[in-house]
Write a new protein. Structure first.
Length: 139
C-alpha cells in the first residue's frame, strides 16, 4: 500500500467493527480495565518510538495483521519520528469506549498526545475485548 492507505485501511476496519455503535457511548465498558488499556496503549507507543513496527502489528487483531506489513508501517511512521525528534512524554490521555449494538462487542481505546523534541504526535489507539489492537492511528 502506498501513501496514507494503511491508515485508511485500519480506520475502515475500526469503522466496520463499530458499525451499529451508539455514538453517545464514550464510557469505557466494564469489559475493560482503564489502567490496562492505558498500559497497552503506552506499550504500542513505546514500540512506535523504537520503530518496532512488527511489534505493533503483533499486538493486533487478525484483521490488522492482514492489512499492513512492517515495511508499510515504517514508510508511514518514520517521517513522523524524523520530523518530531525524540519522545519526551505523554501530555494528555483520554480513555474512550464504544459498543457494537448488533454484536454486543465492546471496544476500548485512548487518544494520547505525545510531546516530542520538535512537536507533538496524536495517537488514537483502539482495542477489542481480547485486548487485541484494532486501531493505531497517528497524526
Amino acid at each position: 500500500m502506498k501513501g496514507k492507505n494503511w491508515m485508511i485501511v485500519i480506520t475502515l476496519i475500526l469503522v466496520v467493527m463499530l458499525a451499529g455503535c451508539s455514538s453517545a457511548s464514550t464510557e469505557l465498558s466494564d469489559q475493560f480495565d482503564e489502567e490496562t488499556v492505558k498500559a497497552e496503549a503506552m506499550k504500542s507507543i513505546d514500540l512506535f518510538n523504537s520503530k518496532d513496527y512488527q511489534g505493533i502489528i503483533d499486538m493486533g487483531s487478525d484483521e490488522m495483521k492482514e492489512s499492513i506489513t512492517a515495511d508499510e508501517f515504517k514508510k508511514q511512521s518514520d517521517p513522523y519520528l524524523d520530523k518530531n525528534g525524540s519522545f519526551k512524554e505523554i501530555v494528555k490521555t483520554v480513555v474512550l469506549g464504544s459498543e457494537n449494538k448488533k454484536t454486543n462487542e465492546s471496544y476500548g481505546g485512548v487518544v494520547m498526545i505525545g510531546k516530542y523534541e520538535n512537536g507533538k504526535i496524536q495517537f488514537t489507539i483502539g482495542f477489542d475485548e481480547e485486548m487485541k489492537l484494532i486501531q493505531f492511528q497517528i497524526k
